[in-house]
Design a protein around this ligand. Structure first.
Ligand code: CTP
Length: 401
């Protein structure tokens, strides 16, 4: 009953994903919330107001006035806006988004939005090309600048028959976002160390040994963990993109494996768990030169030495109330090798990646096996890195002490 006593207002627009909202109403009520619904007139084509009223116990409103016992009753948008502790608009269509971004108020839902004093979340859902349109993206940025929280749409099959980014997240994920916004997220109070990206091991002042990791997978995990309420300590190597703004507890940029090890082992002791997704270089030049090596002084060979295995190091000092999740990148005998790594490094879970055209370094999507120390295995399916991040955090939530 994580939402006991909380008043949740749902705003529903005319999009196909509206058919999932009754499940959200039920889930919210199960968590102890009081729920009211306000909808656009088009939303009624996709979800029955009667179903919403029956489940929530309040009329699902779409008009400013209603007829009751022969006389007109005013459905006050001001009263609704003040009543709510949190307001989620889902699915948010491109049309209503444009109105919210520009303060246009031509129906009960948009007027209620302008009157609301509580935190507002929106879950845009539309076809992939509409979603990607610069005007929609700019309107979403506008909402973010007003302090509205945008629940990113998911990647997958769309009602149009196309496949891409545009699906409304499932009701359980919307529920989690509401819980987190209310300070009652599934990972609220959980201190989580995450590492991400490659490490660069210097050969001389300008050259290094590195790898193709972009850091995207680890950063997606970190962002999703913040959304779920965790206190996130992110240690990252050189990223191939700008780290998005998020409420991280601490961000430590590093370059080499040695620096990453120092930061991770310092933070791990204070954390409840760690997810180590970084592509740490396994070897480094044994004798890096402080200056640039001149062409005519090129060595015949570069002597290498192993870097510290950060994950194995954390595995040796892991407390029984800490959860440790590692990654394995394998091209052959994936499950066997991942299992060996899990036992050798004393992990609770290992995420096995097998690089392919749609998975691995630099791709938008990924597919992984999530293997537990009990032998349980879960196939993530081919999903966006953000969705895989969610699946990894789901196992962490269940493992959390
Ligand atoms: N890892 C680490 N420190 C290293 C190397 C790897 O912490 N020096 C971690 C990675 O972050 C990952 C896990 O160990 O979570 C497995 O990494 P992977 O490259 O698959 O395996 P290795 O242990 O390096 O073994 P091998 O290269 O032989 O497969």
């Amino acid at each position: 009953m994580l939402l006991r006593g909380k008043k949740v207002l749902l705003g529903i627009c005319g999009g196909i994903a509206a058919y999932k909202i009754p499940m959200l109403v039920r889930a919210l009520i199960k968590e102890g919330a009081e729920v009211r619904c306000v909808m656009t007139s088009e939303a009624g084509q996709f979800v029955s107001p009667l179903v919403l009223s029956t489940l929530s116990g309040y009329p699902a409103l779409s008009a400013y006035t209603a007829q009751e016992s022969g006389s007109a009753v005013w459905n006050s948008h001001v009263e609704l806006g003040l009543w709510a502790d949190v307001f989620l608009i889902a699915p948010l269509t491109a049309n209503t988004l444009a109105k919210l971004a520009h303060g246009q108020s031509d129906n009960l839902l948009t007027a209620t939005y302008l009157s609301a004093r509580c935190p507002v979340l929106v879950a845009p859902a539309m076809d992939l090309d509409m979603m990607a349109h610069p005007s929609v993206q700019s309107n979403l940025k506008q909402l973010t600048s007003y302090g509205i929280e945008v629940v990113e749409p998911e990647f997958g099959f769309l009602a149009s028959g196309l496949e891409g980014k545009g699906r409304m997240p499932e009701p359980e994920h919307l529920l989690e976002r509401i819980q987190t916004r209310m300070g009652r997220g599934p990972l609220s109070g959980f201190k989580l160390l995450i590492n991400a990206g490659p490490t660069y091991e210097p050969i001389d002042a300008v050259r290094f040994i590195g790898n193709h990791s972009s850091g995207k997978m680890g950063v997606e995990i970190a962002l999703e963990a913040v959304r779920r309420g965790a206190e996130v300590y992110l240690v990252h190597g050189p990223l191939r993109f700008t780290l998005p703004d998020a409420a991280f507890a601490q961000v430590v940029p590093v370059v080499t494996a040695a620096e990453m090890e120092r930061a991770c082992s310092e933070w791990f002791d204070r954390c409840d768990g760690a997810i180590l997704s970084a592509a740490v270089a396994d070897f480094r030049p044994a004798d890096p030169k402080a200056n640039k090596i001149k062409k005519d002084q090129a060595p015949e060979a570069i002597q290498l030495e192993p870097t510290p295995d950060i994950l194995a190091g954390l595995g040796t000092k892991k407390r029984t109330n800490q959860t440790l999740i590692g990654f394995a990148l394998e091209t052959d005998n994936g499950l066997d090798n991942a299992w060996k790594k899990l036992t050798r490094k004393n992990l609770d879970w290992i995420v096995l990646n097998e690089p392919g055209p749609e998975t691995g370094f630099g791709t938008e999507t990924n597919r992984a096996w999530l293997v537990h120390k009990s032998g349980e295995k879960r196939d993530s399916g081919l999903v966006s890195k953000a969705e895989l991040a969610g699946q990894i955090l789901d196992v962490l939530t269940h493992a959390a002490p």
